[in-house]
Design a protein around this ligand. Structure first.
Ligand SMILES: [Zn+2]
Ligand SMILES: [Zn+2]
Length: 393
């Protein structure tokens, strides 16, 4: 029996366990960094399949790294697992499927790894929807020795791994002086003026940015009452660009605009990051093509797999700058519904979604198997990654 058949058989053998865990996590949604039930269930499953589990990671309670290393040396394969839910919506992004796509893939690959050589790792990465744990994990170098990192995301159609924007979440707080707005306005320093001038300045600046740039914000404090000059006002912005390199310049300009606004209003400004910054996702094309070929081998028609698109910002971006990575989308529902909707959430608990999860597990494991057993392919993947590193550093 060939390796891919063995992988498939192993996943089929454990299919009911995988579905049960996915349904359990789906029925017990937990917010980012609070995924205690999900992490416990996944770790338990990985121990059952003979993985060594390390947790917590970098002090993140619900993060883990599970490893199985074959005696025979070979590439290190990282499967990324997400399991956080959305506030008020539960598992409407299908992360209860993502964690089992990757866990199933790891179990499948482990069944042949002693023969083909290498190391299988599952990274449990909490809080993808808020302050993604992949960011500190990547910064700490936890992906630097990985040959490839893979995950798949549930969706309403098949889509190749694409790109995402680098993102900074910037907060501006302006401090002025309150005063009676009618009786003694001359004694006031209006912090809200600084916020309004920041928006005006950013809106004027839009003419000079690339069409791929996104700058969007809200006023989260605008004063207490119309008869009091606000002594405190603040705004939060997301600033996004195609690359981290571009974004650094852009965010600096946005901060300068806020500084100018503070100067105009006579306020003091405090700038901070209110969420974790994400880097852009760079898809490794050679790895992505291998995954697509495996989907086709599993019976998915090539014309049903759309080209990769831009999907906002994702914490796998940071991983993709540390090792070759992909983030393709797998069809798990047969109706057209966006992620983060109640419709997607409900359909993602059906049998159809579980079948999608198992298909993702199989094709992820097959892709890793191809990379391990085809040194030329691995060399090509690494060459492409080296070009990326040279281009951005
Ligand atoms: Zn989401
Ligand atoms: Zn998601």
């Amino acid at each position: 029996m060939d390796f891919k058949q063995s992988i498939q058989q192993t996943i089929e053998q454990h299919a009911q366990r995988f579905k049960d865990i996915s349904l359990f996590i789906g029925a017990n949604p937990e917010l980012g960094n609070e995924e205690f039930l999900a992490a416990a269930r996944l770790k338990e499953e990985l121990v059952f399949h003979g993985f060594e589990v390390q947790a917590p990671v970098l002090g993140i309670e619900t993060a883990f790294i599970a490893t199985y290393k074959a005696a025979k040396p070979g590439p290190i394969i990282a499967f990324l697992a997400e399991y956080d839910a959305l506030k008020g919506l539960g598992h409407a992004c299908g992360h209860h499927l993502i964690c089992m796509m990757s866990t199933g893939a790891a179990v499948g690959l482990k069944s042949v790894i002693d023969e083909i050589g290498g190391e299988v790792r599952i990274y449990g990465t909490p809080a993808e929807e808020t302050c993604g744990a992949k960011v500190p994990m990547a910064a700490a170098g936890l992906f630097d020795d990985c040959d490839i990192a893979l995950m798949t995301h549930p969706y309403d159609h098949y889509e190749k791994s694409g790109k995402s924007l680098a993102m900074d979440a910037v907060q501006f707080e302006f401090f002025g002086q309150s005063a009676h707005a009618a009786a003694s306005p001359h004694e006031g320093i209006n912090a809200l003026d600084a916020v309004i001038q920041t928006f005006n300045g950013i809106n004027a600046f839009r003419q000079q940015v690339k069409s791929t740039v996104r700058i969007h914000g809200i006023i989260n404090h605008g004063g207490q009452a119309a008869n009091i000059i606000p002594d405190y006002a603040s705004a939060q912005f997301y600033v996004r660009a195609a690359t981290r390199h571009e974004l650094n310049t852009l965010t600096r300009r946005v901060i300068q605009i806020a500084e100018g606004a503070a100067l105009q209003a006579g306020c003091r400004l405090e700038t901070s990051n209110y969420e974790t910054s994400y880097d852009e996702m760079v898809t490794n094309r050679a790895l992505s093509d291998t995954f697509t070929a495996n989907l086709v081998q599993a019976g998915i028609a090539l014309e049903d797999i759309t080209e990769g698109e831009d999907h906002g910002s994702m914490d796998i971006g940071n991983v993709s700058l540390h090792c070759p990575a992909i983030h393709p989308y797998i069809q798990v529902i047969d109706e057209k519904h966006a992620l983060h909707t109640p419709e997607f959430r409900d359909l993602a608990m059906q049998d159809r979604a579980m079948e999608g999860m198992l298909l993702a597990a199989r094709t992820l494991a097959w892709t890793a198997c191809d990379v391990i057993t085809n040194p030329e392919l691995l060399a090509q993947i690494k060459e492409e990654f080296a070009l990326l590193k040279n281009g951005t550093s």
